[in-house]
Design a protein. Structure first.
Length: 540
């Protein structure tokens, strides 16, 4: 007798349980076939309820796939210890008194009821997999797919027609002469609602379609039973989480409103300083914008620090891990950026230059068109825009032509070499005459000439002129050089550049009658005035 009991325990997962064990202490697990729950079993001393239910479910599936055994051939055998449900010569499962007591019946009656359920489930299992039923399920799935395509087409078509009709009929909301809501705002709100409605409708149609189609086939039927839960369970979790986080979200919302109004006040304050409406001794107006940016970053950073503990999920290990990872990436990759930001702040408060100034930074010269905390952009006279990192500017010399031009004018100088046979007073007079003919050159302070060098063959003269439009420096230099050539050629004075090795019999210069040799054309009456205007107001 003991051998039979042990065999039942090991082979059928239905061993006897200790009589002293409490029924309430034994959990139950479902026996399923093809995704359908047939009945529940309790754990025994050797096997848990999950293990026992899994073994029985596996035996039932094997039996259902064995078409040589009829589903109606199940029988129930009784003995003093258990009630066995048998198919042919194989014991499917055994029931004990401890299985029947919680159900309020006998194990014999419970065994017959379970045998009927198993027989019906196996019959349905085989019918669902019959070729005729599978073909019918395939046709039903095809019909459902066609219906899905028609529904989706209808949803898209109705959405487009509705949007087109509303787009042409929408009007702004006005209160007397004041426009409360613009038509564009109303249209954007309607489009958002329409798109969300279309998205939800299409989503529910797809979920219903998947449920129906997957339920046609026995292999996918368990998924069809659970697919709605796959969507609803996350939504329920999100809803519950949102409900629990409402106090924290309200705190973050209030903090955001306070921060927004504080930023508006700070922006108004520094705008007044920049416009001159508010004067702070020792604080220059060009410092307003960068100082506002610094204060804004500090306020936003402080608000984020205060709001961080109240952000939903901020205390989770995943959120903290991502924050740490992003912090490490920022620390490793921001070295040069931080250096440029610091250099930009130093340059701003040094007042080395501002937008519109003509500067020379290293080998680059042009007009400053943009200054930020990271880079400075200048545009050369050839309309080439150069972007220079602020850290590089801080490490090199900067020449600001506009700062001097705003006071007494910036001095431009050029040199010529003239032989000793020409009186130096004549050379100085010719150079000053060239300066007078050049537009864009200031009369006060007056141009002056310096004798820079007494060379072996010639004297180096330097002409210095002042201008208050350094942005036209290239044009002024070009016109000045042209006027120097004209003046020296007009009076027959030879310019000794490049160097020479011997005196010529006839001095080298261009007589006035050859100044406009073809294809050059002589100027009109108003050309000198036009040249002066071009120097002060260039086209580019």
């Amino acid at each position: 007798m003991m051998i039979r009991v042990l065999a039942l325990v090991l082979a059928l997962a239905g061993p006897a349980m200790s009589a002293q064990a409490s029924v309430e202490e034994r959990p139950v697990s479902a026996v399923v076939l093809d995704g359908q729950e047939l009945f529940r079993v309790r754990g025994v001393k050797v096997f848990t309820s999950e293990t026992r239910a899994r073994h029985i479910s596996e035996r039932l599936r094997i039996l259902a796939d064995d078409y040589s055994v009829s589903a109606q051939s199940l029988s129930v055998i009784e003995d003093a210890i258990s009630t066995d449900v048998i198919a042919g010569d194989q014991i499917l499962f055994s029931l004990l008194d401890t299985d029947a007591e919680p159900e309020g019946t006998t194990r014999q009656a419970l065994g017959r009821a379970f045998a009927q359920k198993v027989s019906a489930a196996i019959e349905k299992y085989r019918q669902d997999r019959a070729p005729r039923n599978l073909l019918l399920s395939s046709l039903n799935a095809l019909a459902a797919t066609v219906l899905l395509a028609v529904l989706l087409w209808g949803v898209v078509r109705v959405h487009r027609r509705l949007v087109d009709r509303v787009r042409t009929r929408i009007r702004p909301i006005q209160l007397k002469s004041h426009e409360v809501l613009r038509a564009a705002w109303i249209l954007q709100g309607f489009l958002f609602i329409a798109r969300m409605t279309r998205f939800l409708l299409v989503g529910w149609i797809l979920i219903f379609y998947l449920q129906v189609v997957l339920s046609f086939f026995p292999w996918t039927r368990p998924i069809a039973y659970q697919i709605l839960n796959y969507v609803l369970v996350p939504l329920q979790a999100l809803g519950a989480g949102f409900r629990d986080q409402i106090p924290n979200l309200l705190f973050v919302a209030v903090l955001s409103v306070i921060t927004a109004y504080l930023l508006k006040f700070i922006r108004f304050f520094f705008a007044e300083v920049e416009g001159g409406g508010l004067v702070i001794p020792g604080f220059f107006s060009e410092w307003s914008k960068p100082t506002y940016n610094i204060v804004r970053v500090l306020i936003i950073g402080f608000a984020l620090v205060v709001a961080f503990p109240y952000i939903p999920g901020s205390s989770s290990p995943a959120f903290q891990g991502v924050s740490l990872f992003l912090g490490v990436l920022f620390s490793l990759g921001s070295t040069s950026m931080v250096a440029n930001v610091v250099a930009g702040l130093v340059l701003t408060y040094m007042r080395a230059f501002k937008v519109g100034d003509v500067v020379a930074i290293g080998d680059s010269r042009g007009v400053v068109v943009g200054v930020s905390l990271l880079v400075t952009r200048i545009r050369t006279p050839k309309k080439i825009e150069i972007t220079i990192p602020n850290s590089m500017i801080l490490g090199t010399h900067v020449v600001n032509y506009s700062s001097a031009a705003r006071e007494d004018g910036v001095i431009l100088s050029t040199s010529v070499t003239i032989g000793y046979d020409t009186p130096w007073r004549q050379v100085e007079a010719l150079l000053l005459m060239s300066a007078e003919r050049t537009s864009g050159v200031l009369r006060e302070p007056a141009p002056f000439v310096l004798q820079k060098e007494l060379g072996d063959f010639y004297i180096t003269y330097e002409l210095n002129v002042s201008t208050d439009i350094p942005e036209n420096m290239t044009r002024i230099y070009s016109e000045l050089h042209a006027n120097i050539q004209d003046a020296f050629n007009e009076y027959g004075v030879q310019i000794m550049s490049p160097n020479y090795e011997a005196d010529r019999d006839v001095p080298t210069y261009v007589p006035q009658e050859r100044w406009y040799s073809a294809p050059a054309k002589p100027p009109g009456n108003g050309d000198r005035g036009e040249a002066h205007a071009a120097a002060r107001h260039p086209q580019s």
